[in-house]
Design a protein around this ligand. Structure first.
Ligand code: SAH
Length: 469
């Protein structure tokens, strides 16, 4: 049964026609994913699977959703970020009944977590068999839901570690939600977890959270790290970012990059993509790193490796891509150049210390345009802040381009089908695995025609037909 549009909650279902035009156009740029859809859909390998997806509700994601639906899955979806939804696209997917959608651009923390909860609750109360997560919020909710029930049963109170979570506002929202759910069904999350076959995680920060759970023995279901596939980390992350950091910056600002001094904090795959883009645009690009190996790599690429404190007064634009928190702090912002641009390309909104900025005495923010703020300090000097410290590529712009998303989403589709096919295999302790290499190979094969590449067939080591899924 396909979901009725009234089961979804989007900003305005009336925008579905516009959204459909965008999705159709996007399909044209995602030929690899469409080829995968056309190949696999006759066998409906995801028939019977309930999938919850938590991933930016963009045009590219719409093509992913409609591929999973064509393969037979029953889908519920929300965005992984309160500001990244493209409202017309969300309307188009809901109208087409491809999934139940709970997503709109500009959500409060309450609304965001309400959407996550709705996306993992089918009518009748059942949860998902398969999860597609981005950053790990749904995985986190399920795990703390189980902790909450066990703790309440034993002690009559929530687990102490839940109370100290940061940011405080979000953990209060989660706690309220868990309390309500506990009153309705005190075994809800434990019942739900029984039916989860596994999660496919899209991002590096989500995989980091999963590995922490794996190492402290608290992981409740198997996890697949899509982010560790080569076509994801070394293609989507690097080249997608190389493109989308510029897309985001140029949508937000009328800035000439040539001749500017830019500091990239973090030289992982995302930071590397940012640095490549800045260099190509003619900026003077500096890199800050905490990891000696990555610092050396950046140096070998010709970037000056330095610290934020050393270059504070000469930098025109600061971009974070570390996955860490508190990278740009008040003490830095107070001493930056007049109207220095500050933006984040890493996960979540913690790399720039927004909480301190908001609370700092005498600061004032004005909105220059949506997602661009000018913050003025008591002494009269000011900085330009993008997307309130959230992902600037997805909030100021449209995120990574369709071609690289097509590659990453082909990995997602093949890995979801792989998990579902093997759902009855005896499970030992849940672990975090990388999808089989043949999934990476297949995703690449689907996309070679998109860049006009012709593969040389090795006489010694040809790709065998059983590598083709
Ligand atoms: N919840 C975190 C997650 C980081 S999102 C946060 O909001 O900060 C980073 C992910 O967004 C990347 O792994 C990338 O695969 C995905 N992404 C980038 N461009 C996208 C697009 N156009 N559509 C959908 N997802 C996109």
């Amino acid at each position: 049964m396909r979901p009725h549009p009234s089961e979804s909650k989007v900003a305005d279902i009336g925008r579905a026609v516009d959204g459909r035009r965008i999705v159709n156009e996007t399909e044209g740029w995602m030929r690899g994913l469409i080829a995968c859809r056309n190949n696999l859909s006759p066998a409906t390998p995801l028939r019977g699977a309930r999938i919850t997806g938590v991933l930016h509700m963009t045009a590219q994601t719409a093509v992913l959703i409609e591929t999973l639906s064509a393969l037979g899955a029953d889908l519920r979806w929300c965005s992984s970020n309160a500001f990244s939804t493209q409202d017309s696209v969300a309307a188009a997917v809901a109208k087409a009944r491809s999934a139940s959608i709970f997503a709109w651009k500009g959500q409060t923390p309450q609304e965001y977590w309400w959407c996550v909860k709705k996306a993992c609750t089918w009518p009748g109360g059942k949860g998902p068999n398969l999860i597609l997560d981005t950053g790990g919020d749904l995985t986190h909710l399920i795990h703390v839901g189980v902790d909450y029930e066990i703790s309440y049963e034993r002690t009559g109170a929530p687990p102490p570690h839940l109370l100290g979570l940061e940011p405080a506002e979000e953990s209060a929202v989660i706690l309220n939600m868990l309390r309500d759910q506990y009153l309705r069904n005190p075994a809800h999350w434990r019942e739900l977890v029984q039916e989860v076959v596994g999660v496919c995680e899209q991002t590096s920060s989500g995989v980091h959270r999963l590995r922490q759970r794996e190492s402290n023995g608290s992981l409740l279901f198997p996890a697949m790290s899509i982010n560790d596939c080569i076509t994801k980390s070394k293609i989507e992350n690097i080249y997608g970012i190389k493109h989308s950091v510029l897309n985001g910056l140029l949508c937000a600002l009328d800035v000439m990059l040539a001749g500017k001094t830019v500091l990239i904090c973090g030289f992982g795959d995302v930071g590397m993509g940012c640095a490549m883009a800045m260099k190509a645009a003619g900026a003077r690009c500096l890199v800050a790193e905490t990891d000696p190996v990555r610092a050396l790599m950046a140096g070998m690429e010709g970037y000056q490796v330095t610290t934020i404190e050393t270059v504070l007064s000469e930098v025109d634009m600061f971009i974070t891509a570390t996955g860490d928190s508190g990278v740009i702090r008040m003490e830095h912002m107070l001493k930056m150049k007049k109207n220095a641009v500050v933006g984040n390309m890493g996960h979540f909104n913690r790399e720039i210390d927004m909480e301190s900025l908001r609370k700092y005495p005498g600061t004032k923010a004005i909105e220059v345009k949506p997602n661009v703020q000018r913050w003025t300090f008591q002494d009269g000097h000011s900085i330009t802040l993008l997307a309130e410290g959230r992902l600037l590529n997805l909030i100021c712009g449209t995120g990574n381009p369709s071609l690289v998303m097509s590659i990453a989403f082909t990995l997602q589709v093949l890995t979801q089908a792989h998990l579902w096919k093997n759902r009855n295999l005896a499970q030992t302790l849940p672990t975090v695995c990388v999808p089989p290499r043949k999934i990476d190979t297949q995703a690449a094969l689907y996309h070679l025609p998109c860049i006009g590449a012709e593969l040389t067939v090795s006489t010694n080591n040809p790709i065998s037909s059983n590598e083709v899924l």
